[in-house]
Design a protein around this ligand. Structure first.
Ligand code: ADP
Ligand code: ASP
Ligand code: MG
Length: 327
């Protein structure tokens, strides 16, 4: 069977047929949640998916926030960080994003409390890092971007009547101790993810922080820049999702980065294993480990544009049947 002969609907059907859950994992990157309007748009896309499927959402920090945190940590090490100015900037940026909740004062107020609690946690991490700078405290600082975003997206979904909640991934993803570029221990994580998922109501919509996990001792780790792709892939593989939808700011994959070369050509479909090799070589703009768990589990990926959801995007279709799911 030539994978490229499938109609798109057929592809989606074929991809879903052997999956038991009808579950979609939806991953939204930082540019997809860059403004109140974008967050509202993302909530609409999630609501549409939740009307027909169980969904698990993975979200990144707002675009630019992780860069701010990286720069802040460097300034801290150099002894030049103005902690109050950093906290004020993050407060102001996230208060502005919370305008998406303007019609629901109670939810907006609830988010303001979470925002203050997360800024307090960040402040404490920065103070600890000042006392003893190390890679573990750096990860605790970098994690703040996702921890500020997931509760806001969850609140936006609640305002639409969905039973959404924010989930910190440190409770789900067990990693090694390679702070800054941690790898997920799939076996250890599987136990946590499965029991977590089994306890959820079928109608609930978890919004999981991308990019972060925790060591077996419970210290926060980060998975490397762009790591939310990897987080989403791990969850999709462990939960045997029917598809991972990666929502981003371009309408799929191209022969080259379409921002650098406007002549780059769009791929409608790729064989997942082939895309994996290209991604390993850094050609597809995703985290290098993002496709590893999906190849092992035989999970299709659909890359789509948050800005142009009507566009067909790019399908990555597994050629190999799923392995006996060691994952
Ligand atoms: P997100 O915030 O959604 O994670 P990223 O910026 O991490 O978004 O990834 C999307 C970007 O990847 C695109 O804007 C594009 O510039 C870049 N990219 C690099 N190579 C490719 C490629 N071959 N096809 C599509 N996008 C690519
Ligand atoms: N926020 C993290 C980063 O900027 C993770 C991600 O965007 O996927 O690297
Ligand atoms: Mg990214």
């Amino acid at each position: 069977m030539d994978l490229h002969d499938h109609s798109r609907a057929g592809l989606e059907h074929a991809a879903g047929a052997e999956r038991n859950s009808g579950l979609k994992v939806l991953k939204f990157g930082g540019t997809s949640v860059g403004s109140p309007e974008m967050i509202a748009r993302v909530a609409e896309l999630i609501a549409q998916a939740a009307a027909t499927h169980r969904v698990v959402v993975v979200v990144s920090a707002r675009a630019g926030v992780t860069n701010t945190l990286v720069a802040a940590y460097e300034a801290l090490e150099a002894g030049t960080l103005d902690i109050e100015a950093l906290l004020a900037l993050l407060r102001q940026e996230h208060r502005a994003l919370a305008a998406v909740l303007k019609d629901d004062p109670a939810l907006r107020q609830g988010y303001m409390s979470v925002l203050e609690a997360e800024l307090k946690r960040l402040h404490e991490a920065l103070q600890a890092a000042q006392a003893q700078s190390d890679a573990a405290w750096r990860d605790e600082v970098l994690a703040a971007g996702e921890r500020l975003m997931a509760p806001l997206l969850a609140a936006t979904l609640k305002a639409r009547g969905l039973s959404a909640f924010a989930q910190d991934a440190t409770a789900l993803l067990v990693t090694d101790r390679m702070h800054g570029a941690a790898s997920v221990d799939l076996e250890a994580s599987r136990v946590r993810v499965m029991s977590w998922f089994a306890r959820l109501s079928p109608h609930s919509v978890p919004v999981v922080t991308g990019f972060i996990g925790a060591t077996p001792e419970g210290r926060t780790t980060t998975l490397g820049r762009g790591g939310s792709d990897y987080s989403a892939a791990v969850l999709a593989a462990l939960l045997k999702a029917s598809v991972l939808e990666r929502w981003t700011d371009v309408d799929g994959l191209y022969t080259e980065d379409p921002r650098k070369n406007p002549q780059a050509e769009h791929y409608d479909t790729l064989v997942l294993e082939e895309a994996w090799a290209w991604n390993q070589a850094g050609r597809l703009g995703m985290h290098r480990k993002a496709l590893d768990p999906l190849v092992a589990a035989g999970i299709p990926v659909h890359i789509r544009s948050t800005l142009a959801p009507e566009r067909p995007g790019t399908w990555l279709i597994p050629a190999q049947p799923p392995q006996a799911l060691a994952v």
